[in-house]
Structure formats: structure tokens, C-alpha cells
Ligand binder design. Structure first.
Ligand code: NAD
Ligand code: ZN
Length: 360
């Protein structure tokens, strides 16, 4: 499958399929990736062990001048310290203005390598080779960043890739929990945009969690398409793009309170989306919005209830630190129907508290 992301005067292709790493040399060349200037693959230890050799071999065979940089897995690698170490590697490998950075990995590698590409010599070409399901989300839209100890994703840029190469075979080595966590954002893309796709997820949940290549290819294609459509209508986050935050207001607070180890991002936003659906019903949406949301998410293996020990006050406190909160009311993405959301700018904190309580 192939789709094109259109952004203003630029566009780039996303290729999704089994065994696409084999075609990397050809696809890179088609997109004008230089064989004369050195290219650097950035990946993490888990991915390097499983998929680096393949990509590296294919690119070397195709005549690219390849170097590699392997980081520690996990969110803590999205730091200025690791960025600096990667710039050191890039200088050592002789990367110049015509060089390309290739991100082989999940969203952590994509965000970090993308920021290296955006900032090294004021910007190099960038290719995404996502290896997690969640990365369908991070590989579309061009947001790249590292974290500051005080705030996530606070040092970043917009930097679009030349292409995205999604080889479904690389996903076969994902841990079960990461599969479900990634599917959370896939389902989210249905919930904000496409009722038929939500129904499809509902009917094909088992194929998705067992990584059936046809089902997964279709789901990633749909997820990327929705994200691409939303982003292309609002590249710089003015208004529409906010709908991508469905489930994230509560979700981010849960991640902060539970600690990033207990709840993966996708798990936290799954609970957040169930909360948003409950809120929607309270505000007048049909009961279906809640039952369908909850059913689909739990069928793909995601939590739909709040861990009992998480303190409601702490969760509310975390939400108040969120920039979306002002004067007792907050901006909330509310699913008014399956496949359709509304940006509600005046949800009261008291109502949110009630929802949080009911999620336990
Ligand atoms: P991740 O990159 O940390 O990957 C999750 C885990 O799976 C890691 O331990 C990784 O080593 C491992 N892994 C990756 N691919 C594997 C494979 N094929 N086989 C076995 N193990 C594999 O996390 P993620 O969930 O992909 O991404 C989360 C990050 O994405 C966060 O930092 C988040 O901020 C970012 N993000 C960015 C955007 C954006 O628009 N830029 C959007 C959503 C999320
Ligand atoms: Zn998210």
C-alpha cells in the first residue's frame, strides 16, 4: 500500500507492506537520497538486534555510504545529552549538508533522529523506517523533538521526512504489550474521523492483535491516512489538529501520576478515550459512543479502567498543569458520535473529576 502525505508545497510517500526493507535501496534512490554523502541510521538496541543488519546490508549493497548509531531504548534517550552524542557521531562519520538521517525504530527513535535531522547543519534529509505500530502516528506530521527534564517534547521542530518505509515484517518482533499500545492510536484515528473504520477494528480486533499482515497493513494505512488528512488541513497546529488529542487530556495526567513504566502511552490514552466517551454521554451523546469505544479498545487488549490505586486528586492536579486548563474549565475533545469529535472549550473541572472517579 502507498499513500501520499500532502503538506503545503511538499508531499512525501508512505509505503506500507511486507518485506519492504528489501526495496529500501531503490525507494531511497527514487526519493533523491544521496549515495555520495554519508547516511546515518539511528536506531535503539532492541531494534538494532533484530532489524539493523537487514537494512544496513540492503543500503550498502545499493551503494549508499552507511554509518550507524545505536541508542539505549526508552523515553530517556529523547534528551539533549543523547542528541549531542549523536551529533558527535554524525561529525565523526563526516555527515555533510547533502547527508540523510534514517530513523529505524519506534516513536522515540523517530522523534530523536528527526530532531538530529532538523538541527544538524540546519537541516538534513530524513527518512522514517518505523518499527512499532505507535510510530504510524509519530511518522506522519513532521513533529520531532527531545524532552527537557521539566517537560516532554519541549525542544523540537517541524521536519518532514522524504519518505516513510513501513515494513510489516519488522512488527512481528514487537512485545505483545507494545502491539496493543500502538493499536490505541489506530483506534483513536477511527474514533475521531471514520465510523466505518471503527467498525472494521471492532470486527478485526483478533487479526490485529495477532499481527495478521493484511489486517495490520490496512489498519496502519487507515491510521496514517486519517492523521495525514488532519495534519495537512492544519500543519502548524492551529485548531483542527487538536482533535488528535482525543483521550490525551486524561491520558497525559494518568501517565504522569502512574509513572511512565506502569502505563504505556497507548494504555493511558485508551483509558482517557473511555473517559472522553463517558463525558460525551453525560453531555448528551448516545450511550453507544461509550459502549463501542470501550469494547473496541478492550478487544485490542487495552485497559479501559483506571488502576484503583491512582489518586483522583493527583490526577486532577496533573491535568491542571496541562496547558489546556484555564479558570475552572478545560478544553476537551469530546466524541459526539463514533467517528466524530467536537472541541468543547468549557468542560468544568468538577465534571472531569466525576468522570475520573467513575473510571475506577
Ligand atoms: P519506542 O520507540 O520507545 O518503542 C517501544 C519499545 O519497543 C522500545 O523498547 C523499543 O526498543 C521497542 N521496539 C521498537 N520496535 C521494535 C520491534 N520491531 N521489535 C521489538 N521491539 C521493538 O516507543 P513508541 O511507542 O514507538 O513511541 C513513543 C514515542 O513516540 C514517545 O516519545 C512519543 O512522544 C512519540 N510520539 C511522537 C509523535 C509525533 O507526532 N512526533 C506522535 C506520537 C508519539
Ligand atoms: Zn498519543
Amino acid at each position: 500500500r502507498e499513500l501520499t502525505v500532502e503538506l503545503g508545497d511538499r508531499s512525501y510517500p508512505i509505503y506500507i507492506g511486507e518485506g519492504l526493507l528489501d526495496d529500501a535501496g531503490e525507494l531511497f534512490a527514487q526519493r533523491g537520497i544521496s549515495k555520495k554523502s554519508p547516511l546515518m541510521i539511528i536506531t535503539d538496541e532492541n531494534v538494532a538486534e533484530r532489524h539493523l543488519e537487514k537494512l544496513q546490508t540492503v543500503l550498502v549493497a545499493a551503494g549508499f555510504d552507511v554509518s550507524t548509531a545505536i541508542i539505549k531504548p526508552g523515553e530517556s534517550s529523547k534528551s539533549l545529552a543523547v542528541l549531542e552524542s549523536l551529533v558527535t557521531k554524525a561529525l565523526d562519520a563526516g555527515l555533510d549538508r547533502k547527508s540523510t538521517i534514517v530513523a529505524l525504530g519506534g516513536g522515540v527513535v523517530g522523534d530523536l533522529a528527526g530532531f538530529v535531522a532538523a538541527s544538524y547543519m540546519r537541516g538534513l534529509k530524513f527518512v522514517q523506517v518505523p518499527t512499532t505500530i505507535l510510530a504510524h502516528d509519530s511518522s506522519v506530521g513532521g513533529k520531532v523533538a527531545v524532552n527537557h527534564p521539566l517537560a516532554k517534547n519541549i525542544i523540537g521542530a517541524f521536519h518532514q521526512p522524504e519518505l516513510v518505509l513501513y515494513d510489516l515484517n519488522t512488527l512481528q518482533t514487537l512485545p505483545k504489550r507494545e502491539i496493543s499500545a500502538g493499536l490505541s492510536e489506530v483506534v483513536k484515528h477511527g474514533l475521531i474521523w471514520d465510523p466505518a473504520f471503527v467498525q472494521w477494528c471492532d470486527e478485526n480486533a483478533e487479526r490485529l492483535t495477532s499481527l495478521d499482515a493484511d489486517a495490520l497493513g490496512y489498519a496502519l494505512f487507515m491510521g496514517c491516512s486519517v492523521k495525514a488528512e488532519v495534519v495537512s488541513k492544519d500543519e502548524r497546529e492551529n485548531d483542527l489538529r487538536a482533535i488528535l488529542n482525543l483521550g490525551h487530556t486524561i491520558g497525559h495526567a494518568l501517565e504522569a501520576v502512574a509513572g511512565y513504566k506502569e502505563l504505556l502511552h497507548g494504555e493511558a490514552i485508551s483509558i482517557g478515550m473511555v473517559g472522553a466517551a463517558r463525558l460525551a454521554v453525560k453531555l448528551g451523546a448516545s450511550e453507544d459512543v461509550y459502549t463501542v469505544t470501550k469494547r473496541v479498545l478492550s478487544q485490542v487488549g487495552l485497559p479501559v479502567r483506571l488502576p484503583e490505586h491512582l489518586d483522583t486528586d493527583a490526577i486532577m492536579e496533573a491535568m491542571m498543569h496541562d496547558k489546556k486548563f484555564a479558570e475552572g474549565t478545560m478544553v476537551f475533545i469530546v466524541p459526539i458520535e463514533i467517528g466524530k469529535v467536537e472541541i468543547n472549550k468549557s468542560v468544568s473541572a468538577a465534571l472531569i473529576r466525576e468522570i475520573v472517579e467513575q473510571l475506577k
